[in-house]
Design a binder for this molecule. Structure first.
Ligand code: 6PG
Length: 244
């Protein structure tokens, strides 16, 4: 695995713009080389402003017809629930794009978690053509202040999964305990992984992952080290304040 590329932007606005530029660039590269862009989205609140940009100022910068949308994780709630990652993405971006429903591969949070995870694995296998881990062109990752990413939380058995593509997990987040998440081998099989992190509240978690002792059970985002893919950390100054 190559060393992570760390890019620090002056503020949140610059961070969002750079993230949208990177995504547009990677989509063009992927579509030119293999006629589609498989984009695995992050949830939470940080990426919302980037999705807004992609659905507005970058609307003409991406050949949306060739983009397939997936999610790195989902809360086990209905797709119109305010806590749903799909709902956030639909509101900020998908609803503004010229795309067909067949391009959107959401995790069915309204189903029982184990069934939703299995159905998501089937949908991924169907899109990527069979067994093994999918090869996303880009997975966008967030970072929790406890160093989790996707729904891979500290000390959770899911951290040690080596076979499954998606798992139902119960996590230490009182607002959304039940979730479905992709597993670390999936993220590590991506062509490009971008962590998008902003705010002083994440500075310690950023230090933990990039400079702290190697302890993935405590700092799960340390698991994300794509074997062949490129790993980029996009940070604003506040999030990078303990490493720079
Ligand atoms: C989720 C995300 C999760 C998120 C981090 C950061 O479902 O919540 O996938 O991993 O990226 O918790 O969340 P914020 O961007 O809201 O700080």
């Amino acid at each position: 695995m190559s060393e992570p590329k760390i890019i620090v932007l002056d503020d949140e606005q610059a961070l969002h713009m750079r993230a949208a530029e990177e995504i547009a660039h990677l989509s063009g590269e992927a579509i030119c080389t293999h006629a589609e862009f498989t984009f695995c989205l992050s949830g939470g609140s940080t990426p919302a402003a980037v999705y807004e940009l992609l659905g507005s100022r970058f609307l003409l910068s991406v050949d949306w017809n060739e983009v397939h949308f997936f999610w790195g994780d989902e809360r086990c709630v209905p797709p119109d629930d305010p806590m749903s990652n799909y709902a956030m993405t639909q509101r900020t971006m998908l609803s503004k794009l010229p795309i067909k429903p067949s391009q959107v591969h959401r995790i069915r949070g309204e189903e029982p978690p184990a069934a939703a995870a299995q159905a998501y694995e089937v949908e991924i296998a169907s899109h990527f053509g069979g067994a093994g881990f999918p090869h996303f062109d880009l997975t966008l990752m967030g970072l929790g202040d406890n160093s989790h990413t996707a729904s891979l939380f500290p000390h959770n058995p899911a951290l040690h999964e080596t076979e499954r593509v998606a798992l139902a997990v119960e996590v230490d987040d009182p607002t959304q305990r039940h979730r479905v998440t992709l597993t670390a081998p999936v993220f590590n099989n991506a062509a490009n992984v971008i962590f998008l992190v902003s705010g002083a509240g994440k500075a310690q978690a950023v230090w933990n992952i990039l400079k702290g002792p190697h302890n993935p059970d405590e700092f799960p985002a340390q698991l994300i080290a794509p074997a062949k893919g490129e790993l980029i950390w996009l940070l604003d100054r506040a999030a990078a304040s303990k490493i720079s």
